[in-house]
Design a protein around this ligand. Structure first.
Ligand code: DON
Length: 608
């Protein structure tokens, strides 16, 4: 499937705001914030239609929860699904913190948004404690012990069908281990307490909406070859269940209940691991019960950087997100973007050039730093200055190859996806990006468990120069090794100003996650856009290979022509990724929870 057609499926556009059943913003301050946004917005008439939609959505969704407005808010949640947002808010209302709420959201998304993420997949969490410590939890999937570099080669050529669906595509899932680690270190609630409400949703069912329907419709053909998944996600005529169908997932409910009652051992060392082992043996897969038992979520120091006067904490390898968000912003630090006007080709060109240079480095240097030497010089400010000096403001740069960061071999790091953010009054903040990779991952559901298994093995570089599903190429640094974690672009990011957290953000959409995160930060920090304006702004992306600028519809013709005049090949696509932001721009002021207007996102703030 063409990547950009895939992305269009990912971001099912709403044409009517009444379809946008987002959660509620509870404070009048938020509505007036919307008004302020509108007046500033009007300076950019080309963005107006999107803003108006967003503003209407504020009024529409703000109303139901406006009862009980009080002057202090206790927290905020932003996810792509109202039921997940609601589950997280319930937890906070009952005294749980933002970490508990994030885990509740992740577990619920595995039920209501299981084509994007779930316990059969992985995640990265960035967590800030009230004392201001920031830590990463790596729940990225890992390659089975018998995985090897040539496992997808057929007649010397990597076969993407093997790494993208079926048994060989599946890596050891990590999300549940990460949620458990997050709770045991930082939570107030037990896993049992958080998993049971999600089990009840799986049992009672939920109504399939247009977004869910269209994502399943996009994979109907391939699902027909996977009977367990087809039994859940297709109807008797082997078509996607229609909009409005109540999807009940009894097997998944049973799995969730068993995890609640017996703990994660049920999943990693008990009956679930045994079922995986049996199914893999029958189906020619590699993942074993030993692989499941050996899996550990890992605490990692967050990757710190600074952009203008803001401090960023991103995710280190095996994500490339933290490295390249920091690297791109380090490069852009050398330019005054603000002067160039918000929708101008001059500004877009600089951002695209920085992305191109960073993605060239990604292809060569990046991989799981526990296995490959990933230089921390990639985020060195002197390296960024050298790269910035290569950028010609008037002409697209030819970037034939990666750069050479300082101390490249000496100073090393650490020896269809969803993003959600939560925050609470106590000072806990969470940015979490979770995924099974592409829609319904490997398409494999382990029999009688209801668990959709990831196809994260496709994020490895199956062969040098051979693009993966997202068109990304890689080197030895991201070659398959037993136990190694495939390189990711997921970029959960926490941003602070003078020590106070102000934004928790991230996105879905493969490599565009990096571009989305960079873009939102630039729009908010350089151009002073509000988070909702930043989310509504048309996006841009460049991943070095192919040498092409991808613009989301909505950029003015002058910007498109301007980029072409500077020598860029430009492609315009209907939509580009899905992001969520929780914000508290005024230190101790109101929380804001923003969901991407491209999807039926869901955001809530809570007053105690
Ligand atoms: O980890 C990664 O970079 C990818 N597996 C993310 C996949 C993704 O974002 C799917 N699409 N929305």
């Amino acid at each position: 499937m063409d990547l950009w057609v895939y992305f269009r499926g990912l971001t099912h556009y709403n044409t009517s705001m009444s379809l946008q059943t987002s959660g509620a913003l509870t404070r009048r301050a938020d509505s007036s914030h919307g008004l302020a946004a509108r007046s500033r917005w009007s300076r950019h008439p080309w963005l107006k239609p999107m803003t108006r939609c967003l503003f209407v959505s504020f009024l529409f969704i703000g109303w139901p929860d406006d009862r009980g407005v009080s002057s202090v808010q206790a927290g905020a949640v932003s996810t792509v699904h109202p039921l997940a947002t609601q589950a997280a808010m319930e937890v906070m209302k009952e005294g749980g913190n933002a970490v508990d709420a994030a885990v509740a959201a992740g577990l619920t998304l595995g039920v209501v948004d299981g084509f994007n993420s779930g316990i059969g997949g992985g995640c990265f969490l960035i967590i800030r404690t009230p004392r201001g410590e920031i830590v990463g939890i790596d729940g990225r999937e890992a390659a089975p012990a018998t995985a090897h570099q040539d496992m997808y080669l057929k007649d010397g050529e990597a076969d993407p069908s093997l790494s993208q669906s079926g048994p060989l595509a599946i890596a050891v899932p990590g999300a549940l281990a990460a949620y458990e680690l997050a709770l045991s270190r930082f939570g107030k609630r037990s896993l049992n307490n958080l998993v049971m409400p999600a089990a009840r949703i799986a049992e009672n069912g939920f109504l399939i909406d247009e977004g869910f329907h269209s994502r399943i419709r996009g994979v109907v053909e391939r699902l027909r070859g996977f009977s367990e998944a087809a039994d859940i996600f297709l109807d008797g005529q082997h078509q996607a269940h229609p909009v409005g169908h109540r999807l009940v997932q009894l097997d998944l409910a049973k799995t969730y209940r068993s995890i609640g009652n017996k703990g994660v051992d049920f999943f990693y060392r008990g009956p679930f691991a045994h079922s995986v082992d049996q199914w893999m043996k029958r189906s020619g897969g590699k993942l074993t019960a030993q692989d499941m038992a050996a899996y550990r979520a890992i605490l990692r120091p967050s990757l710190r950087s600074r952009y203008r006067q803001y401090d960023l904490a991103g995710f280190p390898p095996p994500s490339s997100g933290g490295v390249h968000v920091a690297q791109i912003l380090n490069i852009l630090q050398h330019f005054s973007l603000r002067e160039k006007g918000v929708a101008s080709a001059d500004w877009a060109h600089l951002v695209v050039e920085a992305m191109k240079l960073a993605f060239a480095d990604r292809a060569y240097w990046l991989g799981d730093a526990d296995f490959a030497p990933v230089p921390d010089g990639l985020v060195d400010v002197s390296y960024a200055r050298a790269l910035a000096e290569r950028i010609d403001p008037e002409r697209a740069l030819d970037v034939p190859s990666h750069g050479q960061p300082p101390h490249a071999y000496k100073s090393l790091f650490g020896s269809h996806t969803t993003h959600f953010s939560t925050a609470d009054e106590e000072g806990w903040w969470v940015a979490c990006t979770a995924t099974v990779n592409t829609t319904l991952g490997s398409k494999v559901v382990i029999p009688d468990t209801g668990v959709v298994m990831n196809n994260e093995m496709d994020d490895f570089s199956a062969q040098p120069g051979k693009p993966n599903f997202f068109g990304l190429v890689g080197s030895q640094a991201n070659a398959i090794r037993p136990g190694k974690r495939p390189l990711s672009s997921m970029s959960p990011t926490l941003v602070s100003l003078e020590g106070e957290p102000v934004y928790a953000l991230g996105g879905a959409g493969g490599p565009t996650i990096i571009s989305q995160t960079v873009l939102h930060l630039i729009l908010m920090i350089d151009f002073g856009l509000t988070p909702e304006q930043a989310l509504a702004h048309p996006r841009l992306h460049h991943q070095w290979n192919p040498d092409q600028v991808i613009l989301e519809e909505g950029w003015p013709a002058s910007a498109i022509e301007g980029l072409r005049d500077k020598g860029h090949e430009v492609r315009v696509v209907p939509s580009l990724g899905v992001s969520q932001i929780v914000a508290r721009p005024d230190k101790k002021g109101s929380f804001q929870a923003l969901a991407d207007p491209r999807v039926k996102g869901s955001r809530m703030t809570h007053t105690p």
